[in-house]
Design a protein around this ligand. Structure first.
Ligand code: CO
Ligand code: ZN
Length: 330
């Protein structure tokens, strides 16, 4: 079931560069559905479903890393200072509990704000230490932390940290389960370091030499009170087929094939033009001599906040759409 898979994907630790726990969890989950399973030097996990040899090489990429914080210093009173991994909003981290990879816990707070502005430089993590040495024993320089799982079930929707991009990991896991034998070779890449620049996908797409690549990721949904500018993509109205974001312009033929697949599968879909952001498609489309690529997006409210919110139905429809896409491919 999608909800169970999603919750399993949300639990493991995995900020950019520290994806071991989530990689192991996904490997264990997809092993029965893959003909081959391996990881590479970047830490990507690649599950292969072999075709007959007469089809295409089709790459799907869902990044498994999350945003997070990395310790770079401690002061003489034992407070840790951190630098962000990816687009972390400082204001939204204040008064939050964080967990380090080694299981140590901390709470985030801020220096006073003479100008009312939360910045990364003003944040500190209290791990209960009273000296620099004590703090760095708990969380050495380079330690990484993120938010613990805390989910809210809002009817059809689920809210939790790291729907970006564990919701897409769940979709790719469910796609592997749903796909029967086809003539195509399917490469399901659970990529690393997307939040710091699509680095895992860059290496994987080069190495795997696909004929086509599809990133699966969340996109920013609109529709909240007084949102400005409006973003005409909505949670609960079906997966979004990306036309463009800051990182890539979807290859028109790939975009159109995804739309045709939505129609064949009978699932609603939305067009997405995002004025910022990017996905693994930006790395795939620009590697080698250029590889046709696109993105299927799961609409998500409050992206990069601790309450990222997606619809389970949009996720299920994403699986149906992608299955129809593979099955309809020449
Ligand atoms: Co992100
Ligand atoms: Zn993402």
């Amino acid at each position: 079931m999608m909800k169970d898979t999603l919750l399993e994907m949300l639990k493991p630790f995995g900020p950019s560069g520290s994806e071991r726990a989530i990689r192991e969890k996904i490997a264990e989950t997809v092993r029965p559905y893959a003909d081959e399973l391996f990881s590479d030097a970047m830490g990507n996990l690649i599950a292969v479903k072999r075709g007959t040899g007469e089809g295409k090489r089709v790459l799907f990429s869902a990044h498994m890393d999350t945003i997070g914080l990395m310790v770079y210093a401690a002061d003489e009173k034992g407070f840790l200072r951190v630098t962000p991994l990816g687009g972390v909003n400082a204001a939204q981290m204040v008064a939050r509990k964080v967990v380090f990879e080694n299981g140590a816990e901390g709470v985030v707070y801020s220096e006073p704000l003479p100008d009312g502005k939360y910045t990364m430089g003003r944040l500190f993590i209290d791990v209960g230490a009273e000296t620099e040495e004590e703090a760095l024993k708990i969380a050495p320089i380079g330690s990484v932390c993120s938010l613990p799982l805390q989910a809210a079930f809002l009817g059809e929707r689920v809210s939790a940290p790291y729907m970006d991009n564990r919701s897409a990991c769940a979709v790719l896991v469910e796609l592997l389960k749903a796909l029967g034998p086809t003539k195509h070779d399917i490469f399901a890449v659970f990529s690393t370091q997307e939040e710091v620049g699509c680095r895992g996908a860059k290496a994987a797409a080069f190495a795997l030499e696909p004929d086509v690549g599809i990133a699966i990721d969340v996109t920013v949904a609109g529709g909240t009170p007084k949102a400005d500018p409006p973003m005409p993509v909505y949670v609960g109205k079906g997966p979004a087929v990306k036309v463009k974001d800051s990182g890539s312009i979807s290859t028109p033929a790939v975009r159109d094939a995804l739309i045709a697949a939505a129609k064949r599968a009978g699932v609603p879909f939305q067009y997405e033009v995002l004025p910022y952001g990017g996905t693994d498609a930006s790395a795939i489309v620009t590697t080698r001599g250029g590889i046709p690529a696109g993105t299927l997006s799961i609409p998500c409210l409050y992206v990069h906040s601790p309450v990222e919110t997606v619809s389970l139905r949009d996720m299920e429809q994403s699986v149906q759409l992608l299955k129809a896409y593979v099955e309809g491919m020449e």
